[in-house]
Design a protein around this ligand. Sequence first.
Ligand code: ZN
Length: 119
Amino acid sequence: MPKRRTVMTTVSVCTQGSIPFFCPFCGAKALTKMDTVVRRPCEHLVYISCSETPSEPWYLDSRIPSELGDDESYEDAIDRELRGGANLMFILHNPPPAGIEIWVAFHLDDAAGADDDAD
Ligand SMILES: [Zn+2]
């Protein structure tokens, strides 16, 4: 059986103003007030950026190269570097007049849930 390839799952959320944002896997806070990355992110957080500065991530996990290939997005790079497990991207839409999207990506490694699978 071929090894399952991780493909990013994307979830779009419309937010009304500034809210904190939490990791879906462990509940740790990732963003405070939508625009500030926490000082010590959890192990699942891999990427935060926004539509105004897509090539200058607010946060990038050390496993993801900061230099991208031609026509490659950070989403592509995350899927390429972090295989086996779940890659999850939240797109937080701020309605006009701001009209900004904030992109927050998390990775849950297959091995992290190995104990749970034993049941
Ligand atoms: Zn987490």
